[in-house]
Structures are given as C-alpha cells and as structure tokens.
Design a binder for this molecule. Structure first.
Ligand SMILES: *Cc1c(COP(=O)(O)O)cnc(C)c1O
Length: 450
C-alpha cells in the first residue's frame, strides 16, 4: 500500500497540482491576512484516507494565515515561493539522492557546488572560497561564528569578544550563546547618524577590550539590516578586521542578493573582503523557505571547523573532487538543496533575477518618494527595499492597514520608538500594488473630515 501504482500516482499528482493552480491563481485577490485559531486535528487513523479530503483540510488550514506568498505581503521579508523552485523540489525529493557525502551522487553534488562556485564569483571571493547551502541564515551564522572561533581563538576561550551594532540580527547573539559566549562578550558598537556602524568607535572598543585582557576575534557587518535595510560600511569594517586580525562576517541574509545588481554591488562594496557571508535565497532570490547559504573566503577553514568521521563511513570515497557537505556543516544527512536553486537560475536565466531585484529596488525608491509627499508621514533612514516611517499615531495606522485586509505590514523600533516598516521583496509585487498601498496610506492618514 505504500507503493501506489502508476494510475494512482497520476491521480494524486493531478489532485495536488489542481489545488496548487487554484492557489496561485487566487493570490492576486486573496486577503492579505486571515489568521484563524490553532486547532489540533485528530490523530491519523489505521485505515487509508482520501487524498482530496485530506488536501481540503490542508487547504483550509493554509488559508487561515498571513498571505506570505501574495503580492501585498510587505511585512518582515516577503518571499513568494518561486514556482520553478517548487517543481525542482518535487523532482529532487522524488529522486531522493544522498548528498551528505559526494561519492553517493557526485554529479548532483557537482551541480549544487556549481551554484556555490557561481555565488563565490558574484561576491568576488577568491580561488579557494566555497560554502554550503543551509536551512537559513541563522544556521549559516551559527557555522560562521563557530568557524571564526576555531580559526581565531584556536579553541574555546570565554574571553573571546564579538562586535555588533544595535541593528545586528539576533541570530548572532543566538549563535554566540550556543557556541558558549556570555552575553557581555557581545559588544555593541554605536552607529552614526545614518544608523551604520561607527567604525572608529569599534576600533576604540577593540583596543579597550584588549587592554582589559579580552580577545576580540569577530566583527559582524550587516549588509541590509532587518529593521531598516541599511548597509554597514563594509569596506571600512573589512579594513579594521584586517588590521586587528578579526574574522569579518557579513550578514547579508536579506541584502546579500543585491550583489547580483550593479547598484547593489556598489552599495555592498567591501563584502568581497569578508571571511564569511551568510545570505538567504529564501528571502531575496524569491525561493520557498528553507534555503540559506554560507559562503567562506577559505573553504579549508570551514572544513577544519566541522570535519568529523565515523567507522561506518569507511566505504566512502573522499576523492570525488567536490566537497563532502557533511564536512562543511553540522548536518550529515541533508536535503539535496541544490536543485531548488540551480533549476530556477538556469530556467529563467540570471538576468531575470537581476531585473527583478532592480525592479524591487526601484519600487522602494518610488514608495519613499510618494510617502514623502504625505504631510503626516515622517520617513526615517532606510536602504535597499526596506522603507520605514511614522505617523501621528503609528500603532493605529499599522492596525488600520492590516485590518483593511489588502496589505500586511509589520513594525519595528528605532531609537526605542515604534516605527512602521515596509519591505518590497516578493516577485509578485509590482508597481500597481505599491501605488494601491500609497493610496491606502494617504486615505488612512488624512485628518478626519469635520
Ligand atoms: C532574516 C535575517 C536573518 C535570519 O535568517 P533566517 O533565514 O530567518 O534564519 C539573519 N540576519 C538578517 C540580517 C536577517 O534579515
């Protein structure tokens, strides 16, 4: 019963694709948010169920959600879930090749590695660079912090210190915690008037910490802050890291992909000098959730920090010429993440991605221009495709926008103050959606008629 025959497979596939088609066609008109309650469905029965019924239950549960795949999702980081990637995943899971080590499917590991190599080239990393696909930037950051520690401190030293800013993503603090650093070993460097790391202040803090007997070893530059999209002065951070022999990790989870555009490349200048770069194809390459990447300047250092062996692996050939991914990260068995990135890049062509990122960049600039024309709106500093602003009553405005059912927004705090935040990053969001959003904000922030 676990092996459906050809006819049953065809019928099941038809049922699922019919659902997917209806879902995708409905996205343009779907409410931006329709969250329900989390009711636990009954446990599985001993006897077979009907696929159509089960799919209905899934569809019902999936519909009670924030519409993260829709064009009007402007909260956190939109990622519509590129359809070509969905199909790649279907084919990858059906073949179910083992890619934790290379020798069991060397050509597929080479296919995955070709994407990593291409990323390294786009990021200007030298020969000897490499990396690995992870589930997301949080796991990529964990591996980066661990590698930095092994490389710069040799072994664990509780006096190791890490330099961040108030705008650094909390995954760095989480990674530091997991790798055994106390919260006070994370040093928060102040930012300048544009919310970018004050590199001179970082320099002074490093000197001060050394004088106190601490061991500075890692500095984080953010390439697109989560709250504001602002990019730290990566080139100056790289220079400081080099002078002080610190590991320079660039967190490009959100902004890294803009390296694929000419405009983005100039904003991210300095990222090519990083020791490691984390970024998320599941954010800015529009892929479904579950795809992050860690790139490293020197793959040998990543390997040295993660390699391990077991007797039961003695039959494997380690001379395939492509990496054993198990040596480059904490996982042994892993999904074959390569196809979900490789197929879309080859199918659509790279230019389609560069153009889409440029379009989102233009849309964010357009939004800034239009919001600036609304008297009651105060724009705050922001970068790339994030736009942040306040109104006379920002909390009420956020609620009114989300209650409209047309758009879904999130908020953040800047200087301790409540701030509305828009991120334009779905491949489905276009000019007409942004214009509709501007109209909504204009209407909601008009003073009440007397
Ligand atoms: C989203 C984000 C992360 C975390 O990435 P996940 O893929 O959610 O683990 C890290 N850093 C920055 C700057 C981010 O925006």
């Amino acid at each position: 019963m676990l092996q459906p025959d050809r006819e049953t497979r065809a019928e099941w596939t038809k049922t699922v694709t019919a659902f997917v088609e209806e879902f995708i066609e409905g996205l343009e008109a779907a409410p931006a948010s329709a969250t329900g309650t989390a009711l636990l469905p009954p446990p599985p029965a001993e006897t077979p169920g009907e696929l159509a019924d089960l799919l209905d239950r899934f569809a019902d549960a999936a519909s009670q959600a924030v519409e993260t795949a829709g064009p009007r999702y402007l909260a956190y980081f939109p990622a519509g879930g590129l359809y070509s990637s969905v199909l790649a995943e279907f084919a990858a899971q059906a073949t179910n090749r083992y890619t934790g080590v290379a020798s069991t499917a060397p050509a597929l590991v080479a296919l995955e590695h070709s994407v990593i190599r291409w990323f390294c080239t786009e990021f200007g990393l030298p020969a000897g660079s490499g990396g690995i696909f992870t589930t997301g930037a949080s796991l990529a950051t964990l591996s980066a912090v661990h590698t930095a520690r092994q490389d710069r401190l040799g072994k664990h030293d509780p006096n190791g210190t890490i330099y961040v800013t108030p705008h650094t993503h909390h995954c760095v603090a989480k990674a530091a915690h997991i790798t055994g650093f106390a919260p006070e070993r994370i040093r928060t460097v102040p930012t300048d008037a544009h919310l970018r790391m004050d590199v001179a202040a970082a320099h002074a803090m490093i000197a001060d910490d050394r004088a106190r007997g601490l061991r500075p070893f890692l500095i984080i530059g953010t390439a697109g802050a989560t709250s504001t999209g602002i990019v730290d002065p990566l080139d100056a951070i790289a220079a400081l890291a080099q002078r002080e022999s610190l590991w320079f990790h660039a967190d490009g989870a959100y902004g890294g992909a803009f390296q694929l555009t000419a405009r983005g490349k100039s904003i991210l200048n300095g990222i090519q000098r990083a020791d490691s770069i984390a970024w998320d194809p599941h954010k800015s390459l529009f892929l479904p959730y579950g795809t992050g990447v860690l790139l490293v300047r020197d793959e040998a250092r990543l390997r040295a920090a993660h390699v391990a062996d077991g007797d039961y692996l003695q039959d494997l050939d380690h001379g395939t010429g492509v990496p054993d991914y198990a040596d480059l990260g904490p996982e042994l068995t892993r999904e074959f993440r390569g196809l979900r990135v490789w197929l879309p890049l080859h199918l659509h062509g790279v230019k389609a991605f560069r153009d889409a990122l440029d379009e989102k960049h233009d849309l964010a600039d357009h939004l800034r221009t239009e919001l600036a024309k609304i008297e009651t709106i105060e724009l705050l500093p922001s970068g790339l495709t994030v736009v942040v602003f306040r109104s006379a009553n920002s909390e009420q405005l956020l609620k009114a926008v989300n209650d409209s059912g047309r758009f879904f927004l999130s908020s953040t705090r800047l200087g301790g103050e409540f701030t509305l935040r828009v991120c334009i990053l779905s491949h489905r969001t276009h000019r007409e959606h942004v214009d509709e959003f501007v109209e909504l904000i204009r209407r909601l922030s008009a003073p009440p008629a007397k």
